[in-house]
Ligand binder design. Structure first.
Ligand code: PXG
Length: 451
């Protein structure tokens, strides 16, 4: 492999997602070549501990041959057929049944797509259809959170609260409203966290009353807000959100694209926080990132209306329920169940990871270390113990991420918050390696800042 030639071709022909492509062309792309367990290798032979599981998604770790073999078997037998025209395939059916078994409460129905973004676009359309066929076409507004992330499609990016995304493409589309998120570190002041959780949840009730309950179709939120910086809400937040949604008959959509399939140590984030959604988009961990797959999961109530009163659903994609993707997802979930990956993550790894993560919180550069199961954040601050931010937010985070890479560790940086989301199969020894590399990285970052 001629790395320079590949980088030249990349700069000439490949537009990267969420990148300044001109700067990247000047800097050169890191080319990843292999993955095994919790490690990935780049083309220059660097072995990196991937404490971010690709992009929140490689839950069972890299290199599980069983998934490749499941894909090959299905490809050889039936590489593709669709679920249109009264047809479908066996793995698609079995995956829908497996998801009904794993999902909480009466979430028993799956509409398959190719990504989390498409799952949220599906939810946006079918939730509106759910109310319209019941004679409530005006009940079509969605409420979401500023700085939330729900994907990159028109509806997904509009449901998201990222202003930079809204600025590209003239978003949000009409009838999508945003409230402030539960970010205690940033705006909780001296308030007790439990008290702050209730206050943050009641922002939803205020907005429902402002819009009129008869106009509000649904509220969508990530159990833990991932991309913006792992905002872990106080334990009082979600039960209060659920109470408010039930009070005004607003559907509750839990965006489980990151939290789903074991990330918090429970199968789903709603179980970690103790609430029951009506609708759940899922993706990422459903196949551990080995092949693209997303799904919109619906409760009995919603599915019954869509089935019985909805007539023909005028919605679907070529690859909705793709048999190879379904076969890989089934193998992924089989491994997760048979090896008790979620339970072991909760019982054995999460407690140890929490202890070591809290030790990183002792560092002079860290204003808060927060974690829930196997997803966490370190807030880098200029003058601990004050909860404040660096003036040029994002520069220190980018510096810290680059130093981590130099030390053989992958962490994500959002602004000046370092994010953790390792494969669920990380071992105690690898947690120690993560700690050592992260501590060294924080020291070197502080030194570069003259701290
Ligand atoms: C909560 C949530 N919902 C929907 C999506 C969209 O899924 P797809 O990407 O499969 O369409 C996501 C995706 N999450 C995501 C995607 C890209 C980058 C980052 C980051 O943290 O930098 C996070 C997500 O985190």
């Amino acid at each position: 492999m001629d790395i320079r030639e590949l980088q030249r071709l990349d700069a000439a022909h490949h537009l990267h997602p969420f990148n300044d492509n001109a700067a990247l062309a000047r800097r050169g792309t890191r080319i990843l070549t292999r993955g095994e367990g919790c490690y990935v290798w780049d083309a220059e032979g660097n072995r990196l501990l991937d404490a971010f599981a690709g992009l929140w998604c490689v839950n069972i770790g890299y290199g599980r041959r069983e998934l490749a073999e499941a894909a090959a078997r299905q490809m050889e037998q039936l590489a593709y057929y669709n679920s249109f025209f009264q047809c479908t395939t066996e793995p698609t059916i079995r995956l829908a049944a497996k998801l009904a078994e794993l999902a909480p409460g009466d979430i028993n129905h799956a509409f398959f797509v190719n990504s989390g973004s498409e799952a949220n676009d599906t939810i946006f359309r079918l939730v509106r259809h759910f109310w319209a066929v019941q004679g409530k076409p005006e009940k079509k507004a969605f409420i979401a959170r500023h700085n939330g992330y729900h994907g990159t499609t028109v509806a997904g990016a509009s449901l998201g609260g990222m202003k930079a995304m809204h600025g590209q493409g003239g978003l949000p589309i009409p009838d999508i409203h945003h409230i402030d998120p539960p970010y205690w570190f940033g705006d909780g002041g001296d308030m007790d966290e439990d008290e702050y959780g209730l206050l943050a949840a009641r922002r939803l009730e205020d907005r429902i009353l402002e819009l009129g309950p008869d106009r509000v179709a649904a509220f969508i939120g990530e159990p833990i807000m991932g991309a913006i910086g792992v905002y872990i809400p106080p334990r009082t937040y979600w039960p209060e959100v659920e109470r408010i949604c039930r009070k005004y008959d607003v559907l509750l959509v839990a965006d489980e694209v990151i939290c789903g399939f074991g990330r918090t140590g429970q199968w789903f984030g709603s179980q970690y926080f103790g609430f029951q959604p009506d609708v759940m988009p899922v993706a990422k961990g459903i196949t551990s990132g080995y092949i693209p797959l997303g799904a919109a999961l619906f409760s009995d109530r919603v599915a019954r209306v869509l089935r019985e009163a909805g007539g023909e659903l005028a919605h679907g994609a070529t690859y909705s329920g793709h048999p190879v993707c379904a076969a890989v997802a089934l193998e992924n979930l089989r491994i997760m169940e048979e090896e008790r990956i979620v339970e072991r993550a909760r019982e054995e790894i999460a407690p140890y990871l929490a202890r070591r993560w809290a030790e990183l919180g002792e560092h002079r550069l860290v204003g808060q270390a927060r974690i829930a199961g196997l997803v966490g954040a370190l807030e880098l601050v200029p003058d601990k113990p004050r909860r404040s931010f660096f003036p040029d937010r994002g520069r220190v985070g980018a510096l810290c991420r680059d130093i981590a890479l130099r030390n053989g560790l992958i962490l994500r940086a959002t602004w000046d918050t370092m994010l953790l989301s390792p494969p669920l199969v990380i071992t105690p020894g690898q947690v120690d390696e993560l700690f050592e590399k992260a501590w060294k990285t924080l020291n070197e970052t502080a030194a570069e800042l003259g701290k």
